[in-house]
Design a protein around this ligand. Structure first.
Ligand SMILES: [Zn+2]
Length: 272
């Protein structure tokens, strides 16, 4: 009989707002020693800084490309809206042309009757009818003329929008090729850095990574792990207490800047 050992893995949900301070209690847990973990974190930070530098070479180009693409989409939907209006006006023209055809038939019939009238009362009544039909015909013709004018206006508008589209498509192609060139020229370096980044993140537990990512995202210089700079924090430049300086120098203690929450490391600490 084999005895099966059931292991209940208890997982604490990762608090997205977690900082290094809240991690410090359990920092040495896991497979890495504190010294190793600090080295991996610092290496990760340096890799991310290099990736940031590559991404910054693209400047505002990605946003510019996106803005032009949005403008083009909006211009194209304006054209579609104008085309829909035009087909509405064309339907109006068609309907009024049919009405005029019917009216012309009626008018011809009344003219025929007019030749056969026998008294003045009938004559007046037919003339009155012809007058009304003539009026209706004028109104229908007016609708046709108005619709034709509207169509011509909409066609002008479409032409102007198309001119704008041509210009913006050229802008887009230029910006895209500029961006592609930059991306292409740095693609190899970036891929290598991403691979390095992956190897570091795989060594770290999720809680530490989450804290690292959170701090990096919340500070303007995107530095979550910093070296000491002239006895001050390399992230916020506030002074570090002498005891903490000693701890940082040892390379095997987690030291967090009390001012900004960043991890302070000694890049020169001996590798084990
Ligand atoms: Zn600081």
């Amino acid at each position: 009989m084999s005895e099966k050992v059931k292991i209940n893995k208890v997982e604490t949900p990762i608090d997205q707002r977690e900082t290094f301070v809240s991690l410090s209690k359990n920092f040495s847990d896991g497979t890495l020693s504190v010294a190793e973990k600090l080295r991996v974190l610092y290496a990760l930070q340096q890799t991310d800084t290099e990736i940031d530098r590559i991404v910054s070479l693209r400047g505002a180009l990605p946003q510019e490309v996106e803005a032009i693409e949005q403008e083009l989409a909006s211009l194209k939907s304006k054209i579609a809206a104008n085309k829909e209006l035009i087909s509405g006006f064309e339907a109006t023209i068609e309907k009024n042309k049919n009405d005029i055809g019917d009216l012309d038939n009626d008018i011809a019939r009344y003219h025929e009757q007019l030749g056969k009238v026998t008294n003045s009362r009938e004559f007046d009544s037919i003339n009155k009818e012809l007058e009304n039909l003539g009026l209706l015909r004028e109104i229908a013709q007016k609708h046709i003329n108005e619709a034709r004018m509207s169509i011509s206006e909409k066609k002008d508008a479409i032409e102007a929008i198309n001119d704008r589209i041509t210009i913006r498509e050229e802008d887009l192609a230029a910006k895209k090729s500029e961006l592609d060139n930059i991306v292409e020229s740095t693609a190899k370096d970036e891929a290598a850095l991403e691979a390095k980044r992956k190897s570091y993140t795989e060594k770290l537990d999720e809680r530490t990574l989450s804290a690292y990512n959170r701090i990096r995202a919340s500070v303007h210089n995107h530095l979550a792990v910093v070296p000491v700079y002239e006895n001050s924090c390399g992230g916020c430049f506030n002074a570090i207490t002498p005891q903490k300086l000693v701890d940082i120098a040892s390379g095997d203690k987690l030291v967090i800047c009390e001012h900004c929450g960043r991890i302070l490391v000694n890049p020169l600490a001996d590798a084990e």
